[in-house]
Design a binder for this molecule. Sequence first.
Ligand code: ADP
Ligand code: ASP
Ligand code: MG
Length: 409
Amino acid sequence: MAFYVYKFGGTSVGSVERIKAVAEKVKAAHDAGHQIIVVVSAMSGETNRLIDLAKEMQVQPHERELDVLISTGEQVTVALLSMALHEIGCPARSFTGGQVKILTDSSYTKARIRKIDDTRIRKHLNQGEVVVVAGFQGMDEDENITTLGRGGSDTTAVALAAALHADECLIFTDVDGVYTTDPRIEPKARRLERITFEEMLEMASLGSKVLQIRSVEFAGKYNVALRVLSSFKEGCGTLITYEESTMESALVSGIAFNRDEAKLTITGVPDLPGVAYKILGPIAEANIEVDMIIQNIADDATTDFTFTVHRNDYQRAKAVLAQTCLDLGARAVTGDDTLVKVSIVGVGMRSHAGIASTMFKTLAEEGINIRMISTSEIKISVVVDEKHLEQAVQALHAAFHLDQVVATR
Ligand code: ADP
Ligand code: ASP
Ligand code: MG
């Protein structure tokens, strides 16, 4: 007998038929004698529909009320799944995040889980019931409903697996594992048998939405065995694992991309101490997150300062920067919000030179202009025009032989 946390994403519970199919899968595991917690997302499209409704009410919806609203999607699916389980003779009980005491901080729409009280879940598991928990939501100290950010049901599942010491957390989704890149962009993408936590964390933070970043952080920190696999077809999926010295890892394991980049430049800034602070201070005060930063010094003792932000923040950041430009007596503010970031990720990069030059050569041969570059130990990111996204991903996928099984270090 084992103890599993199963998580089913929006597409997997997207219709009554699909919820019934999920119930059959869960019942089979329960009949085999396993203890099962099931975490479900809202039906596909539902969270977006609720957000759109809120925006019809208020341009910037009140965040507390927004969380009350968008947490309802998951409440629908836990109830429907429990009904489907009852219907086929499998004992089950549904809970909201608050009911099973998933305690979070109070950052509405992006709350972090602080603590989980397992008493109630344990009681029902011990009574032989399947425990069905609404993903993506929790409750703060004052019992306000909070949500965990888009894709947050992954984090609910992993956090429950960590808190209750499950044997494995299985993330069932609409792809049969983690691929070398999003198979929607590169049909030649290949499923990985295994990927390290470190690589998965980079992939997630650089735009691969197959797992929410925090779920990977949690799994790494609390040593949760985490697997991504298909709701619809059999297979062992992809295991997220620690790096083993015996593991044959590719130089590059995957390619991630992010379509939401925007770039801002302020030119002709007097090159004096404190300039970076004077430019980025007001941006931070406006609660805008900055990603890449570049500063260039010109011959005339002025500097050009460039940084990237999320596209949603572009107009606001530009307005803030226009004021800074006046305050500093700088020359001008320019920007572009039609950019994307493409990144190659791999722990094998640590011990190998020449990966960056292969990346740049490949893009050069494709005639793709690189606007910005940033590197870390296990990743290289470039910012390019959005029209080149697919071409860049596909060319890099081929250049690093990601369609072929294991090019070893
Ligand atoms: P769910 O609703 O089950 O949470 P998501 O849409 O959040 O599913 O995540 C699954 C999707 O992630 C896939 O359909 C795929 O398009 C996308 N994806 C992005 N990068 C990858 C990758 N490297 N491997 C697999 N899927 C990826
Ligand atoms: N329903 C939420 C979303 O669409 C959470 C999730 O699916 O993981 O982001
Ligand atoms: Mg998801």
